[in-house]
Design a protein. Structure first.
Length: 228
C-alpha cells in the first residue's frame, strides 16, 4: 500500500512539473509596429500598456498577441536568401531562407492597409517615428547587439527599389537590444526612434532590416506617407 501511494505521488508530481514547463523557443524578429506612440511624452515604454501603434507594415494582421507571429499565421519573420548580394527586399511569401508573409507592394498602395490589416503610417519631414519589434530571445546579455537598419527609399509613389539601392538610403541604425525589462525573453518589447529625413511629399518604401548571425538578415517592409 505504501509503495503504491509513493508511486502515485511520484507520477502526479512529475506531471505537474511538465505541465508547468514553458519552452523558450528560439525565434527571429520582425517589425511589429512602424509608428509607435508613447502614452507619456519623454518616457520610452514599448509595452502594450505604454503606448499604441498608429502605423504598421504591409498587410499586418490586427488582433494578434504581441510577438506571436512566428507561430501564429501569417509568420512575419522573413529571412532573406543566404549568399545573395541583392536579395528580395520585401517578402513575397515564397522565396528566402524563411519566406515570411506577403509584404509586396500593393496596387493601389492603400490596399495593403485598413480593414483586417493595420493602418499606413502618415508622417511629415522632421517628425519622429518610433519602431517596435519583439526580442524573440535575442536581447539576452550573451547576444550581440547588432543594429537595426532603417532604410528609406527616395523613389516616391513607385515600385520597390532593390536591396542594393535601399542600402544607399540607410537613415538610422537602432540598437536591437533597446528592450523593456521582463522575464519572458521571447516577448520582451523593443524599439527605437529616428527623425524623418527630407523627402518630397509622397509615399515611400521603408525597410526594417536586422542581422542575427553573419549573413542572416531579417526584413520587414512598410509604406510611409510623408508630407511637408
Amino acid at each position: 500500500m505504501v509503495l503504491k501511494s509513493s508511486f502515485t505521488f511520484l507520477v502526479v508530481a512529475t506531471l505537474a512539473v511538465f505541465s508547468s514547463y514553458t519552452p523558450q523557443a528560439e525565434a527571429h524578429s520582425w517589425m511589429d509596429c512602424m509608428d509607435w506612440k508613447f502614452n507619456k511624452a519623454g518616457k520610452q515604454d514599448w509595452s502594450d500598456k505604454g503606448g499604441k501603434c498608429t502605423g504598421y507594415a504591409r498587410r499586418f494582421p490586427l488582433g494578434k498577441a504581441f510577438g506571436s507571429l512566428d507561430s501564429a499565421y501569417p509568420s512575419r519573420h522573413y529571412q532573406q536568401k543566404h549568399g545573395d548580394s541583392n536579395p528580395l527586399p520585401c517578402s513575397n511569401g515564397k522565396v528566402g531562407a524563411e519566406p515570411g508573409a506577403d509584404e509586396t507592394l500593393a496596387n493601389p498602395i492603400s490596399k495593403a492597409y485598413g480593414g483586417k490589416w493595420g493602418k499606413m503610417t502618415v508622417t511629415t519631414v522632421g517628425d519622429t517615428l518610433c519602431v517596435r519589434w519583439p526580442a524573440k530571445n535575442h536581447a539576452k546579455k550573451n547576444e550581440p547587439d547588432n543594429k537595426v537598419q532603417i532604410n528609406l527609399s527616395k523613389v516616391r509613389n513607385g515600385k520597390d527599389i532593390t536591396q542594393k539601392e535601399l542600402l544607399k538610403n540607410t537613415v538610422a541604425l537602432l540598437p536591437f537590444k533597446n528592450c523593456m525589462a521582463g522575464s519572458n525573453e521571447d516577448r520582451r518589447a523593443c524599439g527605437g526612434c529616428f527623425k524623418v529625413p527630407v523627402r518630397a511629399s509622397g509615399t515611400y518604401l521603408l525597410q526594417w532590416r536586422w542581422m542575427l548571425n553573419k549573413g542572416e538578415w531579417y526584413a520587414s517592409c512598410a509604406d510611409v506617407q510623408i508630407g511637408k
